[in-house]
Design a protein around this ligand. Structure first.
Ligand code: ASP
Ligand code: MG
Length: 376
């Protein structure tokens, strides 16, 4: 019998009407004979609202209490979804992250999953129930409730899919899969049918908002097949993200997408000594997790910067593709820009530019490199 993990994001469960639509979609999946595990995010804007409540009490809420507070959002969704399924005649049982055996390290607000022991989830499945899991949370070895970082419900879904040996981990949101660029910026963007997990990771690392980076990294390590799909479309569509070897063939080098990250900060050599201190002060004051690879933080002494990345299997190691990419970048006017460097990784070539130029560069590179290509 097949086992599917489905994750529904906050906008998919934003109100009771939507929650009932999710319940119906889960029931339909189960009626095909599959066992179903469902991971839910907090309803709509709940997590932000809970954080705002804490800020009304104190400017400096403790991280442990914050985790206790914001883990509640997902617990609300899980219980309501279990009730909505029962209402449809589908037996369902809800579990917190801790009850699902998601063990993390001690880092409140940004915990890493270290082990998954989903015994109770398995028990529920063996009883023929749908298991509903509160996303975004786990329990540390000191038995403290932890959360996995903003957007971390994707991670919950992927780690459970890996631990349970699921056939597929479907991540459902309000967009129908992964696109070759952000369609709001790039009019010619279109949906990609299949991505390798390496390409998806390069996208997540370079600013694409579709999937949470840690979730993709876990899928890469554990060989989990992810399907990114739209909640109000029937299961089976969207974008499939699988290891390159999944179809039996070795993947060819190719360009699949262009993505931008406009929330970077550039710092000069003279700032490096001051950087750790500034990051710690900023993190303490804001509760934002500062990622030193990509400073998503308006630190005042750092200049805003953006990156535009060309992503695809082995783009960074294929001289013919590199030649095309640099020709396109030159045609887009990048050649005189000594202040902004570029770097190549295996699956991405990244240009750093002033944020005001990012959208135009994204459009030109997409038009020159992706628009004519067949994406499948
Ligand atoms: N509710 C959490 C957040 O808003 C986790 C998630 O949605 O994945 O970040
Ligand atoms: Mg998300």
């Amino acid at each position: 019998m097949s086992l599917i993990v489905q994750k529904y994001g906050g906008s998919s469960v934003a109100d009771i009407r939507k929650l009932r639509l999710v319940a119906a979609r889960v029931a339909r999946t189960r009626s095909t004979g599959a066992s179903v595990v469902v991971v839910v995010s907090a309803m709509g804007n709940t997590t932000n609202e809970l954080l705002a409540l804490a800020r009304q009490v104190t400017e400096t809420p403790g991280r442990r209490e914050l985790d206790m507070l914001i883990s509640v959002g997902e617990r609300v969704s899980m219980t309501l979804l279990a009730m909505a399924l029962a209402d449809l005649g589908v037996p369902a049982r809800s579990f917190t992250g801790s009850q699902s055996g998601i063990v993390t390290d001690e880092h409140h607000a940004n915990a890493r999953v270290v082990e998954v022991r989903p015994e109770r989830v398995r028990e529920a499945l063996n009883c023929g129930e749908v298991a509903i899991i509160a996303g975004f949370q786990g329990v540390s070895r000191q038995r403290e409730v932890t959360t996995l970082g903003r957007g971390g419900s994707d991670t919950t879904a992927v780690v459970l899919a890996a631990a349970l040996g699921a056939d597929e981990c479907e991540i459902c949101s309000d967009v129908d899969g992964i696109w070759s660029a952000d369609p709001r910026t790039v009019p010619g963007a279109r949906r990609i049918e299949r991505l390798t997990v390496d390409e998806a990771l390069a996208l997540a690392q370079n600013g694409a908002k579709v999937l949470y980076e840690e979730a993709v990294a876990w899928a890469q390590r554990e060989g989990v097949v992810i399907r990114a799909s739209q909640t109000d479309q029937p299961p089976g569509g969207g974008t499939v993200i699988a290891p390159a070897s999944h179809d039996g063939g070795a993947s060819q080098s190719r360009i699949v997408a262009v993505t931008a990250d406009t929330q970077l900060a550039r710092c000069g050599m003279e700032h490096l000594d001051a950087l750790p201190g500034a990051c710690i002060r900023f993190a303490d004051a804001s509760g934002v997790v500062v990622d030193l690879r990509n400073l998503h933080a308006p630190l005042s002494f750092l200049a805003p910067a953006a990156s535009v990345a060309v992503v695809g299997s082995r783009v960074g190691c294929d001289p013919a593709l590199l030649k095309r990419i640099f020709a396109a970048a030159r045609a887009a006017g990048l050649e005189n820009d000594v202040a902004f460097p570029w770097h190549a990784a295996a699956d991405a070539v990244v240009f750093f530019v002033d944020p005001t130029r990012a959208a135009a560069l994204e459009r030109s590179l997409h038009a020159a490199l992706v628009s004519e290509a067949r994406l499948s």
